[in-house]
Design a protein around this ligand. Structure first.
Ligand code: CA
Ligand code: CA
Ligand code: CA
Ligand code: CA
Length: 225
């Protein structure tokens, strides 16, 4: 009788542990670890997350690791209809870009080992660039090229002054492309035609299941563009 009770108690305890674990998993919130306003100053957050940190010529982001120190901006209104409502328009109105000489543009974000969403924000805001084929670039995440980040042509895809985002889930625990002594997420912008340009970057924790070793899923999975 005592043995049965012990098993019953054990089952009850295990059952509670399982329920608690499932609830904890399904209820876990995503945390914004990094938020960078590429090409501009600090912009106040529109949600409970951190502000969009500065990455201007005078005050480049700590996480900007390579490329020419060039920025651009527009006063024109941006069509924000494709983006989440917590993305400020002013963040999309300023960009960092990289000229062909020297290194390719790169950002490096030190992180704890784990799985993260890398959210990249784009738009064609350079008026002469509002021609299909004017600008094309690739973005490598942890040295890998996802098809959604191959030959990005912002004007050809969405037109002039239209903000859009691409979301990549990456597992940051591979030493292959990490700097000595730290696990990090490397984001590199590779010239194809004219200069690569980026408006903003977010790194966000996620419980998304693994699909591939490094880059694990992409925008269309979660309704990004
Ligand atoms: Ca360069
Ligand atoms: Ca390419
Ligand atoms: Ca890395
Ligand atoms: Ca920006």
């Amino acid at each position: 009788m005592k043995l049965v009770n012990a098993y019953q108690r054990l089952a009850l305890v295990l059952g509670c542990v399982c329920v608690v674990t499932l609830l904890a998993t399904s209820a876990s919130a995503q945390t914004v670890v990094y938020r960078v306003n590429c090409g501009g100053g600090t912009v106040a957050s529109l949600d409970a997350g951190p502000d969009w940190s500065a990455d201007s010529v005078a005050a480049p982001s700590t996480y900007w690791a390579a490329g020419s120190n060039n920025t651009g901006s527009t006063g024109a209104a941006i069509d924000m209809s494709l983006l989440p409502t917590n993305v400020p328009m002013s963040v999309i109105q300023a960009e960092r870009y990289d000229v062909t000489s020297g290194s390719e543009m790169k950002y490096v974000f030190p992180v704890d080992p784990g799985t993260y969403e890398v959210r990249l924000y784009f738009a064609e805001i350079f008026n002469p660039g509002c021609v299909a084929g004017f600008r094309q670039f690739d973005v490598l995440i942890e040295g890998e090229l996802d098809s959604s980040l191959d030959n990005i042509d912002p004007f050809a895809e969405f037109g002039c002054n239209v903000g859009f985002g691409r979301l990549i889930v990456v597992q940051a625990d591979s030493p292959a492309d990490d700097d000595a002594g730290q696990v990090d997420i490397d984001i590199e912008f590779i010239h194809q035609i004219e200069n690569p340009a980026i408006k903003a970057i977010e790194v966000v924790t996620t419980d998304a299941p693994p699909v591939r070793t490094e880059i694990q899923s992409w925008g269309a999975v979660k309704g990004w563009f």
